[in-house]
Ligand binder design. Structure first.
Ligand code: NI
Length: 395
């Protein structure tokens, strides 16, 4: 079946490119993926799958129920674009000003549709169920959480789930695997240092929150180096500092916005606790006041080791072990974590870089693009994983 699998996928390559480009030209932001979800539903219906729309507003679920009842495996794609002006001058560049598929979610949708096309053409050989999950709003909106809350993992109950993200740090043709932790918990905080404004020439009758903020910033960075076990991973970044209006005025307050990243809940809580303690210490020493808000974001993405091994072996059999890399976790975030909190599964990377074609730009860059060879490649990888998980022996 080996050569016939490649042949079948090769035959759908032009169609995959067409689908991806159609989505790329009409990018839609999180929870607004109206046209994208219509396109997805139309194809799934054409493939003869059971289609459910309207989960998490624009989410779509497709189901192929095989001949014999056995296990249910789900695969997931995200559909949302980003608020970026595309700088690429390719014929399929974004037609919408200020919006762009700069994270490759257009490719994820096309790849999953390719997998649907493949299995629908040989449904008499499918034992068990295959569920396709197309979710909105991965980019900060937590569409995955809403999909899970609205029951996407039930009816039929999902036994295992797999998801992939294109990866501009690996050449096309390679797969990157996280054995356990893959991406970080991504939380954010807001700090207000509240002093007392006044004239710059009379600092002794005011309380200068800018000076306090200067000390705060340097002290906050001691948390990772002095409160977190050096063998654990943690990031604290202050991304925005605002305060003051003019050169000769001491402002009333300064606001700081930041993010913390961690790979386990213990470190996560340590960061939260210590940041507030450092703030308390600083404001006490300057006789000031403060506000501290901590907002939990996506949880840590933790793959199931057995499922990651299954991905590695399915890929290794098909594309050779030399094209499978075990990756270290990234301190970015991914809302696929919500599915993995409920069912075992694995989230992996599909290389989409091609130096020769100049496809080297990182995610969220206005120059981001993918080598479209990743489309048929991704289809093959998902087919191999599903085949192995359900024991179909199609490939
Ligand atoms: Ni993404």
């Amino acid at each position: 079946m080996e050569s016939s699998l490649r042949k079948k996928i090769e035959e759908m390559k032009d169609w995959l490119v067409e689908v991806r480009r159609a989505i790329h030209m009409q990018p839609e932001l999180g929870f607004e993926e109206i046209e994208t979800s219509r396109l997805v539903s139309e194809w799934l219906e054409r493939f003869g799958l059971h289609v459910k729309r309207g989960l998490a507003k624009t989410g779509v679920v497709g189901l192929l129920d095989g001949k014999e009842q056995s296990r249910t495996v789900a695969i997931r794609a995200d559909m949302d674009a980003l608020p970026i002006d595309e700088a690429n001058s390719v014929p399929y560049a974004s037609r919408v000003k200020g919006k762009m598929h700069a994270c490759g979610h257009d490719a994820h949708v096309a790849i999953l549709l390719g997998v649907a096309k493949f299995f629908s053409s040989m449904r008499d050989r499918v034992k068990g169920n295959i569920k396709w999950i197309f979710q909105p709003a991965e980019e900060g909106g937590g569409g995955g959480r809403v999909m899970v809350e609205e029951g996407v993992l039930e009816n039929p109950k999902v036994d295992a789930i797999f998801g992939a993200h294109v990866f501009p740090f690996l050449p096309v043709g390679k797969v990157g695997i996280y054995e356990r932790e893959g991406l970080a918990a991504t939380d954010r905080f807001t700090i207000k240092i509240i002093g007392k404004g006044g004239h710059a020439a009379t600092p002794h009758v005011s309380k200068d929150p800018i000076l306090a903020t200067g000390h705060l910033i340097t002290q906050i960075h001691s948390i990772v180096s002095r409160n977190v076990n050096p063998l654990e991973s943690a990031v604290v970044t202050i991304g925005k500092v605002s305060g003051g209006t003019a050169y000769n005025i001491i402002p009333d307050e300064v606001e700081l916005l930041g993010t913390v990243r961690s790979l386990n809940s213990q470190v996560r809580e340590t960061l939260k606790l210590r940041i507030e303690q450092v703030v308390q210490g600083i404001v006490q020493s300057y006789n000031m006041d403060y506000r501290f808000e901590f907002e939990y974001g996506y949880p840590v993405l933790i793959n199931d080791l057995e499922m990651s091994k299954l991905v590695a072996s399915a890929c290794g059999n098909g594309i050779g072990n030399e094209n499978v890399e075990i990756l270290k976790p990234s301190m970015g975030g991914e809302d696929f974590a919500y599915y993995l909190e409920k069912v075992p599964g694995s989230f992996f990377r599909l290389g989409c870089r091609n130096e020769e074609k100049g496809i080297v730009h990182p995610y969220h860059s206005s120059l981001f693009d993918i080598d479209e060879e990743v489309l048929p490649f991704g289809v093959e990888i998902f087919i191999r994983i599903i085949d192995q998980y359900l024991g179909l022996r199609i490939v």
